[in-house]
Design a protein. Sequence first.
Length: 402
Amino acid sequence: MLATTFLLAIRSILRHKLRSFLTTLGIIIGVGAVVTMVTLGQATTAAVQKQISALGTNVLQVRPGQGFGRGGGGPRPPDFKPDDVQAIADQIAGVTAVAPQAQSTATAIYEGANWSTTINGTTSAYFQVQPWPLSAGRGFTGPEEQAGKAVCIIGSTVAQNLYRGGAAVGTRMRIGGISCDVIGVLSTRGQAGFGGDQDDVVIMPLKAVQRRFTGSTDIRLMLVGVDEAYSTATVQSGIEDLLRERRNITGSKTDDFNIFDTKQISDTLTGTTTLLTSIVTAVAAISLLVGGIGIMNIMLVSVTERTREIGIRLAIGAVAREVLLQFLVEAVALSCLGGLIGLVVAQVAILSLAPLMQVTWIFVPEINMLAFGISAVIGVVFGYFPARRAASLNPIDALRHE
């Protein structure tokens, strides 16, 4: 009986193809929008976490100022000194390494090709705090760091624009006003949502950058690696107390430096992304409700159109539950058809939007199954009332219907 009922329902749907498609349009849009939003939201969250993890786990960023800028309208806070770096490394328990950084910008030139990039002066501790493998070459040696030798490790973006796929290690390029021996090429990290292209960088020994580019021993950023056995909050508190003492900040005076925990940044950005995804998904889910109402309306119209047919079936021996089941199956079939088309539309949308958003396409079976299941439930919920109405018709009155 169920097979016959299903066959009758399919025939009824195919009899009015355009009307059936328009009926399922709300479900198609709802399922497609929900799956697309949730999947892209999860892909964005994964991309944010990947970008943050590239900064290193258990890493504290110490900068002058009250935020990423100097903060307020007063004078620029003083930069850190080499002694501050050494003090943190020696006096704070749980610190594995401290990587000071001095930055500048310059144009790199090699055999007629030129590229404007960021110059990052640091020490070998930089690669301990946030591991960044080399795709070719080697890192700095102790003597090269001590002497401030003009050697450099270039990012993949710089290598691509200057060397066009050729070997970079062992060559000498000109950067700013100096010649620099290329000793290594960094592996690709990709774009950072808040920091631009991470691969557009040239890393040199700290003393070389201070001597030849910035002209001072000032340090604008310190990356502090924290032992996994220690709480980053405890280490952060210790660094704050030490820097307040060294920078003569007493009493209730506001710190003229800030410390960011990369884990806190990751949790904040992930939470924000998840919240926005939930809001957008909730708005998109409203179209599922609209689609359900559309199915109920069209099924009511179908009951009215087929009143005489229902009367004939009841008159020749069909029971009410068979009529109810037929119309309920039609409603569920319409809803499930809309759900299947919506899933296909969602995957096409995700494949199209993922490259534009610079995120990786992912397939989340749970949300696809859940969305399809909800579409089936909507068919049952919104199809029951029309089906019940059809099953409750009086055969005599139905046969008299014009």
